[in-house]
Design a protein around this ligand. Structure first.
Ligand SMILES: Cc1ncc(COP(=O)(O)O)c(C=O)c1O
Length: 385
């Protein structure tokens, strides 16, 4: 890989095929992918019903100019809006999670006229743009993970809510990295205060959406209703399509104000066909319920490892978004665990700063594979001493 820019670590370069939770390398060795690519292939790699729609749509039309949206885009918008609970709203289909979040951030500022946004510290929002840099003059970052405040309202009293355009809530909290879920009373209190002061609630469902946490969307664990929702990753099951859904009045405000945003793959029929089929498959194959139940058993097994090995600080998660945090140990880091698991044929994520192994299998993962993984981790932990 001499000609690929090294933007991050490259570990293995010979995966040639994927099938459900398995990846096969050029030598035919099978790996169980417990990261679903980058938390995207929630229906498993190469889902036959997604592939079938891709093939069929390729034969029709994959891409159109922004002036010529396809009926599939409208149909998929209706579906997405209904799912996120913004029935009469509007939707735009984009290409990546970062793009969707940044788009939502820009429109929240524009419709409220308030440049300052609030988010939880450590929430990952985007790779670039304002959401990527979270500059201090544009963002207020609320610390929470060091310990849940007992009185959320008291905790929030110094925040200038009247200046805040929107609370950008990532319901994994720091889901991409630490797998820690912000407490419901705190989130509800923030939402209440932001809304009372005329601000908006946007949820970043890039990782937590499309069934990953055992419900359609992560915000549904909090009994809150967002005004803007950003979707990505699982929406395309690995195909690069993302979406932003927003309330009708916000959409009308933008449209009346001459809002303009154009990129080459906006509302492309192929991406919309994929997104539409992902929703259909999730629904028809009851995969969210399935993922929640299989994930629940998996979490229980991981917690049992915690009872057995002093090295495990905590196993936690929701649905199929799980993490195992380890205590610091001289001979056993999460990166060492990652390497050892890879050798044994398991692909996991890890986040050294949090000492966390991340597990985000497809909702279609087989319980037996997860049990075998737990046995493998058990052995590694036992050998670590
Ligand atoms: C919570 C969250 N938001 C946004 C993004 C950005 O999505 P993408 O990598 O598709 O641009 C990610 C990616 O990991 C994420 O985990």
């Amino acid at each position: 890989m001499q000609h690929l820019l090294a933007c991050h670590e490259i570990v293995k370069t010979d995966f040639v095929r994927g099938e459900n939770c398995y990846l096969y390398d050029a030598q035919g060795k099978r790996y169980t992918d417990l990261e679903s690519g980058i938390w995207s292939a929630a229906l498993g790699h190469n889902h036959p019903r997604i592939n079938q729609v891709i093939h069929a749509q390729l034969e029709q039309i994959m891409h159109l100019g922004t002036r010529y949206p396809h009926a599939l885009a409208e149909m998929t918008a209706v579906e997405v809006l209904r799912l996120v609970g913004i029935n009469e709203g509007k939707c735009v289909f984009l290409s990546s999670g970062s793009e969707a979040v940044e788009f939502g951030v820009q429109i929240a500022r524009r419709v409220t006229g308030r440049p300052l946004l609030l988010t939880l510290a450590e929430s990952y929002l985007a790779a670039y743009g304002s959401a990527g840099s979270k500059r201090a003059d544009e963002w207020l970052l609320l610390e929470w993970s060091a310990g849940a405040p007992t009185d959320a309202h008291e905790y929030l009293q110094n925040i200038p809510f009247e200046k805040i355009g929107a609370f950008i809530f990532e319901p994994g909290g720091s889901g991409s990295a630490f797998v820690k879920f912000p407490p419901k009373p705190l989130v509800q209190a923030i939402v209440e205060r932001v809304k009372q002061a005329g601000g908006l609630l946007m949820t970043n469902e890039i990782t937590t959406g499309m069934g990953r946490t055992g419900r359609w969307f992560g915000f549904q664990h909090y009994d809150i209703q967002p005004d803007i929702v950003a979707l990505g990753k699982g929406l395309g099951n690995g195909y690069p399509v993302s979406a932003v859904a927003l309330r009708q009045d916000l959409a009308e405000n933008l449209e009346a104000g001459g809002f303009h945003y154009a990129q080459s793959h906006q509302n492309d029929p192929l991406g919309c066909a994929v997104a539409n089929q992902v929703v259909t498959v999730l629904r028809e194959e009851n995969l969210i319920e399935r993922g929640n139940s299989v994930g629940g058993t998996f979490l229980e097994q991981l917690r049992q490892l915690g009872e057995k090995h002093a090295l495990v600080k905590e196993a936690r998660g929701r649905g199929m978004l799980l993490g195992v945090e380890l205590h610091p140990h001289a001979n056993f880091s999460v990166s060492a665990a990652y390497r050892a698991l890879l050798d044994k044929g398991y692909i996991v994520g890890y986040y050294p700063a949090g000492n966390v192994l991340r597990l985000s299998p497809a909702l279609t993962a087989q319980a037996e594979d997860l049990t075998r993984f737990v046995e493998c981790l058990d052995e590694l932990l036992a050998n670590a001493g």
